[in-house]
Design a protein around this ligand. Sequence first.
Ligand code: PGA
Length: 253
Amino acid sequence: MKRRKIFAGNWKMNKDRSSAVALAREVAAGLPAGFDGDVMLFPPFPFLTEVVEAVSNAAHAIGIGAQNMHYEKSGALTGEVSADMVLSTGARWVLLGHSERRHIFGETDPMIGKKIKTALREGLSPIFCVGEKLEERKAGDTGAVVLRQLRIGLEGLTTEEIVRVVVAYEPVWAIGTGINATPAQAQETHRAIRSEIAKLASPMVAENFRILYGGSVAPANVKELLVEPDIDGVLVGGASLEAGKFLAICNYK
Ligand code: PGA
């Protein structure tokens, strides 16, 4: 089974209205005819609607998503955004459990699990991020940490729901540091994630399940990562802020 590669750009808290729209247009215009992959952009909340519009007529469909959402439908939750609100912008994807949400904003595994469930039930497709910290890797706990995050995040989901999830493995020590995991390190964790999906859902679901790598992905290292058998795409932060670099990653072949 050939899994279609995903190229996702996480813009984090960057860009203003006009540069966000311009970047989305440049990415859309720069994909070659017949491009064989799924491209997704994750702008800040206030620009979602305009970025959706900016790519609506793109020759190659581009998915747009939010960088976070709350699991409640509505209420006294100042500063939060619901799945419905994200959907109303035209976005269809959402990043959940990003390490900056976990480590700067204190999001826990159970909280992320609730968000994943809500996203799926409301009609958003999640990119669910997992990854170990440097001290956890040094202690030999990478597998245990990542699989714990995965199991709690997917707890209580039906097989039909698991099918709609994309997982991104992002070692915390590789994010924004310029130090990417070696292809072999990433492959080892991706394989462990796929085996766990086979147990949680089924071997067939695992075979079709897409697992992205994220953490200092750049034009110079994308190819060696994507040739690994269990790496099905990339979640790109810094290098997604410039159309030229992001397009070079999409065109890695
Ligand atoms: P980076 O970020 O590519 O800048 O390391 C990746 C991410 O945080 O998703």
